[in-house]
Design a protein around this ligand. Structure first.
Ligand code: SF4
Ligand code: SF4
Length: 188
């Protein structure tokens, strides 16, 4: 596995202490396409996981339901193929996008808003003070993680946003970023 992605996974472990207790029997965030960043695609293919390519640029876990003639039914967001018996079967290998949830991204003109998803059970269990600490940890994560990985992740999310229907989800804003010369910079 690429060293930079490994470092990013390690840093992400400190974002949500004890979240596992809340994730048991909760699949709210596993009804998803399971987006992969560029550095993850080969790792997932090497592990023989099913990966689906969209528009030659986006990759996700292939959780799509097929009809009898093997045509994909894409009229609803699939439940991740790795969510079985109320748990993630590849938890220690799950993609960065899964590791970062309940951090969610919203797009506003040429800006990105990074926020905390208020639909997550773990987030709802936190006091306002704990949410503030979590937001501070998220900013540290965005600054410390390899910028190549963060940029790639945010660009993938931008592409996903461009092909998705607008979703109305509630977030607590953490920080805004703006694209400058192909890089996403935190607006201080
Ligand atoms: S919604 Fe929150 S609590 Fe539920 S599985 Fe996802 S991260 Fe865990
Ligand atoms: S890989 Fe695991 S955590 Fe990610 S969506 Fe699938 S089941 Fe959920």
């Amino acid at each position: 596995m690429n060293k930079k992605i490994k470092k990013t996974y390690k840093l992400a472990e400190y974002l949500f202490p004890e979240i596992d207790n809340y994730c048991k029997n909760c699949n709210t965030c596993c009804n998803t396409y399971g987006w992969l960043i560029d550095n993850e695609v080969d790792d997932f293919l090497d592990k023989k996981y099913s990966v689906f390519q969209i528009n030659k640029t986006l990759h996700c876990l292939d959780s799509f339901v097929r009809d009898k003639s093997n045509k994909i039914i894409i009229n609803k967001i699939p439940k991740c193929l790795f969510y079985k018996k109320n748990r993630c079967l590849i938890y220690s290998n799950r993609p960065l996008d899964c590791r970062l949830y309940p951090i969610k991204i919203k797009f506003k003109k040429n800006k990105i808003i990074v926020g905390l998803s208020l639909g997550c059970k773990y987030v709802s269990s936190l006091s306002e003070k704990e949410k503030v600490y979590l937001c501070a940890r998220a900013i540290v994560f965005l600054k410390k993680a390899p910028q190549e990985i963060i940029n790639n992740y945010l660009n993938i999310m931008k592409n996903v946003n461009s092909i998705s229907d607008p979703k109305n989800f509630q977030i607590k804003n953490i920080v805004e970023l703006k694209e400058q010369n192909g890089r996403w910079k935190i607006l201080e």
